[in-house]
Ligand binder design. Structure first.
Ligand code: NAP
Ligand code: ZN
Length: 352
């Protein structure tokens, strides 16, 4: 065991602060990674503030972060796919049982015995896992991804969660070429959704509560932007969508978006607001529409997504911040004031 510099929260209402955390020594199939950047996902904030207490209560101290890129510092003797110096990524998962039907299908994100990168029981160290707001991490090689060398690294980090979470459900919904696709919420996930939908050849419409984001949405690749608080604008699109990805992080009227779907259209929820919301049966019945959920993606699909990004030059639009600004960044995230993901430069931890 060794100790690594990190930022952790001591309780739901305390700020993140400098800390030393234990990390395991490298085991035979482990990859030890020097973390270069870690994105700030809204899930970090939900967890740090214990907003998901009814589903996955937070254990403190909590070190969030599951959008990790870095360089391999060393590898265990049985590691076959990585060597010192390789550019790698780690997303939301660091372990699974490898034996359940979901794991066998490459769907580790649905394994009932998965270990999340943070706030999951840590079977090696006891306590819970600690995430990527840290100078280093040790991860089994199965959960380590190869990062294309041609991409700007700070913008790669968010691909490990925001990227795969939007890529996976759109791929699952089939060929979107020429189809009308809506992205609800233009935050970290939403802006990646726009980039992928555009790359898949869809006709992309962004729903936003922030009129100031209109010009950006078009630059990111949207063909059209609808301000969701404008009833007339919304009414013009009723019943016309093939697929909508709902990335909204807060309480909202999902029925308004279901009503945008055409026949057999699907709305997939990836946003995870704190409170349950009512769903209108009639909004689903008429039009034979469906409502689904999706969570990140499997390891093989995450690699596929990273390779796709390498080929198409896709990264997140990031605002790079030092770790010391993380609490300020959380407050700005709550105000939708980020273009469009914060990426923490881990070099800033050296001064701690
Ligand atoms: P984010 O950057 O904060 O973006 C969320 C966006 O939601 C905001 O930018 C805003 O977009 C919109 N929004 C916020 N409050 C709203 C409200 N009251 N009504 C309507 N729209 C509102 O968050 P994120 O990191 O993209 O994460 C989004 C959600 O996905 C979070 O709940 C997160 O926990 C969840 N998540 C799920 C998965 C998964 O695997 N399913 C993975 C990662 C994250 P506009 O300004 O454009 O309206
Ligand atoms: Zn995330």
């Amino acid at each position: 065991m060794y100790h690594a510099k990190a930022y952790s929260a001591a309780s739901a209402d305390s700020p993140l602060a400098s800390a030393k955390i234990p990390r395991r020594d490298t085991m035979p199939t482990d990859v030890a990674i020097e973390i270069l950047y870690c994105g700030i996902c809204h899930s970090d904030l939900h967890t740090v503030r214990n907003e998901w207490a009814s589903v996955m209560p937070t254990v403190y101290p909590c070190v969030p972060g599951h959008e990790i890129v870095g360089r391999v510092a060393s590898v265990g003797p049985a590691v076959t796919r990585f060597k010192q110096g390789d550019l790698v990524g780690v997303g939301c998962l660091v372990d699974s049982d490898h034996s359940c039907p979901n794991c066998k299908d490459g769907l580790e994100q649905l394994c009932p015995n998965q270990t999340l990168t943070f706030n999951s029981p840590d079977k090696h160290m006891g306590g819970v896992t600690y995430g990527g707001y840290s100078e280093s991490i040790v991860v089994d090689e199965h959960f380590v991804l190869r990062v294309p060398e041609n991409l700007e690294l700070a913008g790669v980090a968010p691909l490990l969660c925001a990227g795969i979470t939007t890529y996976s459900p759109m791929r699952r919904w089939g060929n979107l070429e020429g189809k009308k696709v809506g992205i609800a919420g233009l935050g970290g996930l939403g802006h990646m959704g726009v980039k992928f939908a555009r790359a898949f050849g869809a006709q992309v419409v962004v729903f936003t509560t922030s009129p100031r984001k209109k010009a950006d949405a078009l630059l990111l690749g949207a063909h059209e932007v609808v301000v969701s608080t404008d009833a007339d604008e919304m009414a013009r699109h009723a019943g016309t969508f093939h697929f909508i990805l709902d990335t909204i992080a807060a309480d909202h009227d999902v029925n308004a978006y279901i009503g945008m779907l055409g026949r057999d259209g699907n709305l997939t929820l990836v946003g995870a607001p704190e409170k349950p919301f009512p769903v209108s049966a009639f909004a689903l019945l008429f039009g034979r529409r469906s409502l689904s959920g999706s969570i990140i993606g499997g390891i093989a699909e995450t690699q596929e997504m990273l390779d796709f990004c390498g080929e198409h030059g896709i990264t997140a639009d990031v605002e790079v911040i030092p770790m010391q600004k993380v609490n300020e960044a959380y407050e700005r995230l709550l105000k939708s004031d980020v273009k469009y993901r914060f990426s923490i430069d881990m070099a800033s931890l050296k001064s701690e």
